[in-house]
Design a protein around this ligand. Structure first.
Ligand SMILES: *Cc1c(COP(=O)(O)O)cnc(C)c1O
Length: 354
């Protein structure tokens, strides 16, 4: 039987993941058979995890960071909700989020039995602090801001949202799962030293160029991890704060290798290239008369007729849509200017054919 091969990244414009950095791929392969969920047995990978968390702390402006390498942004978001719920004493806890949050918060709310209060965003698709304030009450355990929204790449007003949470005695979580590795090179306020952020999701397996699965869950206080810890009778280590038990050391080692290879200059170059590609494709689409949502981060949304979406998919492009139906082009590191030129050539051909 022939060996199966994964798809190529050549025409992938829909994914928030990317081709791993070569040293990150090597590290993932070397550490496949390790389990950081059992740190006393698998000590080398446990040390690498400590290094990753230190690296993520540096990247997000947090001295003495607490946290671990999660399976992804979903787990980090679920854990943020769980920690906030466990640390509060609300009888009917609620979490206040902008409507632009990732769907993982719906999973968190359902699994943890908290109610999710979803608040409309402003005209630029960012969280609206006044509207959020109206929905916060004494049972609010967590307020969430997004630094790099999944659909439009928007960055919420993090300091204003942090103030709302503080006024209500609630915790504050920033979801930077996708944006966290590009935001350090922008002038947005988004991280731990810009505002009182309690927890953050930041995924090495997206713009961090690590292999899947490598998510990041960061916390300012050790008490947050304590609120997640359960006792672990059959392991030498005495407690575990992760949601998963056995987990892949591949992601941990891969994230450590990617950070070693790329932070900060490699990530800066990646960001600059991705952002300039996003600006370029936005201009090309705009020049053709399409309605383009300007790219704040390397993600372009554009109102493209359905028949063109389908025709481009036929030609092998991997595309995705926002909830409102716009085409979303995610300019990840594997998306080169040449890829985008080819995309535009195909788009023009599809328009001519119609
Ligand atoms: C991708 C993403 C997530 C979910 O992360 P996974 O790694 O897919 O679990 C959460 N939040 C945001 C903003 C994302 O872009």
């Amino acid at each position: 039987m022939q060996q199966a091969a994964p798809q190529s990244f050549d025409r992938v414009l829909s994914s928030m993941c990317t081709r791993p950095h070569p040293t990150a791929r090597d590290a993932a392969e070397r550490f496949l058979a390790t389990n950081p969920g059992d740190p006393d047995t698998y000590r080398t990978v446990a040390d690498l995890e400590t290094r990753v968390i230190a690296g993520l702390g540096e990247l997000t402006g947090l001295a003495d960071p607490q946290g671990y390498v999660a399976s992804g942004g979903t787990e980090a978001n679920v854990q943020a909700v769980r920690a906030a719920r466990n640390r509060a004493d609300a009888v009917t806890p609620n979490v206040v989020v902008p409507e632009s949050v990732h769907f993982s918060f719906q999973k968190a709310a359902e699994v943890l039995d908290v109610s999710l209060r979803t608040v409309p965003v402003d005209a630029d698709r960012r969280a609206d602090p006044d509207a959020m304030a109206d929905r916060i009450d004494a049972d609010t355990v967590l307020v969430v801001g997004v630094a790099g929204t999944t659909e439009y790449g928007r960055v919420d007003p993090i300091p204003a949202l942090a103030d709302l949470a503080a006024d209500a005695d609630a915790r504050f979580h920033v979801d930077a799962a996708w944006g966290g590795f590009v935001l350090p090179f922008t002038d947005h306020d988004w991280h731990f030293s810009d505002a009182h952020v309690d927890t953050m999701a930041i995924d090495p397996h997206k713009f961090g160029q690590a292999a899947v699965p490598a998510g990041g869950f960061l916390a300012r206080e050790a008490a947050t991890l304590d609120a997640l810890a359960v006792e672990t009778p059959y392991l030498e280590s005495t407690s575990q704060a992760t949601l998963t038990g056995t987990r892949s050391g591949a992601g941990v080692a891969s994230a450590a290798a990617a950070l070693d290879a790329l932070w900060p200059e490699g990530y800066r170059e990646t960001y600059e290239r991705a952002q300039s590609n996003a600006a370029w494709i936005a201009d090309e689409l705009d020049a053709r008369g399409f309605d383009v949502v300007d790219p704040v981060l390397p993600l372009v949304a554009v109102d493209l007729p359905g028949h063109l979406f389908d025709a481009l998919t036929e030609r092998g492009w991997r595309l995705s849509r926002t909830a409102r139906g716009e085409l979303r082009l995610v300019c990840m590191p594997h998306v080169t200017r040449e890829t985008l030129r080819e995309f535009v050539r195909d788009l023009d051909a599809c328009r001519d054919a119609h």
